[in-house]
Design a protein around this ligand. Structure first.
Ligand SMILES: Nc1ncnc2c1ncn2[C@@H]1O[C@H](COP(=O)(O)OP(=O)(O)O)[C@@H](O)[C@H]1O
Ligand SMILES: [Mg+2]
Length: 288
């Protein structure tokens, strides 16, 4: 049985897909006291950068995606990060050319379902949740994510140029990836860079609640300078800016996600379960 797999999707850049993938995975891991895996499907490799993974790291998710000889199970590219219980299958710029390779029918008879095939081959026994970061496009990489995930989170920038532009195209692509044997649940639409005091943000919030109803997350993520600081420190918010409003919001979002997915949090009173040494050893073995 695979754990819940969440794609963080929207074809716009700069809407906090990467920040959300990394920080939400970190907060869920802390709350559950279990390991979470980030799969980076964006050739920009920003999730890995944020977690201090070296540039041009190989093997990467590209090798997994283009594996035709069963040489690269996902397990082979999963690495531990500086955060206990947070693992990553990193990407790099070479992933950009993967789309043209996937279009060679002799090699890939099912180019849209390659990531799904690789994920279902894996046991992922010790992983409680998989979060997939995606590129800002509706191309083959994003479509592969949609065929592999069972939930999506769509972040929307609450700030200056808030609009639902492009959202219908995204929903169409999600629908097209849905079939009788593959449901995709909208886990939530998430307002990010939200400033409650700003009228623009308030109307963005109202518009989102009106359009999506219960599909809009109750939690919003504050606009916070801590996010930039954590990017520069190459650490998660909980590692270096844990008192910030954004860190607090991602912890609340983790609670909401855990509720929506009906997962079991760590025992009452434990806000961050400690890590047992054997847990650390059990996932991502084979890397430092
Ligand atoms: N809550 C936030 N507050 C302030 N800045 C943010 C917040 N979330 C993201 N950002 C900034 O927005 C930029 C884009 O975020 P990113 O996660 O890289 O977007 P995407 O992955 O969708 O392209 C980053 O430079 C980041 O610093
Ligand atoms: Mg990104």
């Amino acid at each position: 049985m695979l754990p819940p797999i969440i794609g963080v999707v929207l074809q716009k850049g700069g809407v906090s897909k990467t920040i959300t993938s990394v920080n939400l995975a970190d907060c869920v891991a802390r709350r559950l006291g279990k390991s979470c895996l980030i799969i980076d499907m964006d050739p920009q490799g920003n999730a890995g950068k944020l977690l201090g993974i070296p540039r041009n790291v190989t093997p990467s998710i590209r090798e997994v995606l283009l594996d035709t000889k069963n040489e690269f199970p996902l397990q082979k590219v999963i690495r531990p990060t500086s955060v206990p219980r947070l693992y990553i299958a990193p990407s790099n710029i070479n992933l950009a050319s993967a789309e043209s390779h996937l279009r060679i029918p002799e090699l890939f008879p099912h180019p849209l379902k390659q990531l799904r095939r690789k994920l279902t081959e894996e046991a992922l026994r010790d992983i409680a949740l998989v979060m997939i970061d995606t590129p800002p496009s509706l191309g083959l990489l994003t479509v592969n994510v949609l065929h592999a995930c069972n939930h999506v989170i769509m972040p929307m920038d609450s700030g200056s140029d808030f609009s639902f532009d492009g959202l219908d195209d995204m929903l169409d692509v999600i629908r097209a990836a849905t079939s009788e044997d593959h449901a995709i649940n909208i886990l939530g639409v998430l307002l990010v860079k939200h400033d409650r005091r700003q009228t623009l943000c308030q109307s963005a919030h109202q518009a989102t609640v009106t359009k999506f109803g219960p599909d809009a997350f109750e939690t919003t993520i504050a606009s916070s300078s801590a996010v930039k600081k954590s990017e520069m420190a190459r650490q998660t918010l909980m590692q270096c800016e844990r008192k910030s409003s954004a860190a607090r919001d991602y912890m609340h979002l983790a609670d909401e996600v855990i509720r929506r997915l009906k997962l079991t949090p760590a025992p009452a009173g434990v806000t961050e379960a400690p890590v047992a040494a054997e847990e650390l050893a059990s996932v991502g073995a084979g890397h430092e």
